[in-house]
Design a binder for this molecule. Structure first.
Ligand code: NCD
Length: 327
């Protein structure tokens, strides 16, 4: 008879009854206002822990597969940092061309493979609906880190957390948020407009005509009773904006390069333009920026885009802890 050692006491203490245990994060549509209160509370605690101790063992022994079919700096490295600060580890697949994807492996098969080795999968993919497809085949939680021009729910959560931390003392209701730039192809603004519709905010959209916010997003947001206005220029609404959310024109999504050339420099935020804005407002950007915010504006206290990246770490730590049953 083989001599079986007594089963060691392993740290398997996740709470399978926790509300978010094992859940996928695919779209901002799945969150209620109450959920945001909870997530922001956990993110706030994560911030305190990182400031006090840096790294701790909440997700010790857990493994994240970071599967990126599109370029990324912030999303990919902040998920890695989030997992490692919680004591877990990461399988990074940033260059799918060096993985079996380049041999023609399907997304479902790649996901089925990675979940044998990991406890949670973060996926960025160029096709709308790819994260939902992956989630259909995966037993482990899938987190959407951007599906083409579709959604970018974790970015919208960190964007909303940024607004909450920087301006939300008196509550989020009543704020005016102006989104500027490529509202057609920018997935961050598709998710953010939907998520902000949980609050009584006013939304302005400023873009070239060919890059307007998709009708389906506007209809969904209108259905929540939110006032939305579209403008071709920023001038009239900048002074009333509490948040100016600037986006990059998404060169890689244009079918015709001439169209991109026509609109790429449509808006440039600089210190002169910002003289017309309030003193206690913030300028955000999901980054990377190209030329839509001049570097001369970076030292202005209203430039929140670098702080916004840091808030992203805390929100992603919160989400990982939640879906792995530790928050
Ligand atoms: C954004 C993205 O990938 O959608 N970046 C990000 O995740 N911070 C925005 C962009 O690429 O312009």
């Amino acid at each position: 008879m083989p001599n079986h050692p007594a089963s060691p006491h392993l740290p398997f203490g996740e709470n399978k009854h926790a509300e978010w245990y094992g859940k996928d994060i695919l779209s901002v549509r799945q969150f209620t206002r109450q959920d945001l209160g909870y997530i922001f509370g956990v993110a706030h605690e994560m911030r305190g822990m990182v400031e006090r101790v840096g790294t701790f063992d909440l997700l010790k022994g857990k493994i994240l597969a970071n599967l990126f079919y599109e370029p990324s700096t912030r999303t990919s490295s902040s998920f890695t940092s989030a997992m490692e600060r919680l004591g877990g580890s990461v399988i990074p697949i940033n260059e799918v061309r060096y993985s079996s994807v380049s041999k023609g492996e399907s997304l479902p098969d790649t996901v089925r493979t990675l979940e044998c080795y990991a406890d949670v999968i973060v996926l960025r993919h160029p096709e709308v609906g790819s994260a939902a497809l992956a989630a259909q085949f995966a037993r482990k939680p899938v987190i959407n880190a951007g599906d083409g021009i579709g959604e970018h729910p974790t970015q919208a959560l960190l964007d909303t957390f940024t607004i909450f931390e920087e301006l939300g003392v008196g509550g989020m209701d009543g704020l005016t948020v102006t989104m500027l730039g490529d509202l057609k192809y920018g997935r961050t603004v598709h998710s953010l407009a939907r998520l902000l519709s949980l609050y009584k905010v006013k939304l302005n959209y400023v873009s070239p005509d060919i890059l307007r916010m998709p009708a389906e997003v506007m209809e969904e947001v209108a259905g929540k009773g939110i006032v939305q206005h579209e403008y071709p220029i920023l001038d009239t609404i900048l002074p009333e904006s509490d948040v100016l959310y600037v986006t990059r024109v998404q060169k890689e999504r244009f079918e015709n390069p001439d169209e991109y050339e026509k609109v790429k420099d449509a808006f440039v935020i600089n210190p002169q333009i910002m003289q017309a804005a309030k003193k206690n407002m913030i300028v955000m950007h999901p980054l990377p920026r190209v030329s839509e915010i001049s570097i001369e504006f970076d030292d202005d206290p209203r430039a929140a885009y670098f702080r916004q990246m840091e808030y992203g770490l805390y929100v992603r730590m919160a989400l990982l802890a939640m879906v792995l049953g530790k928050a």
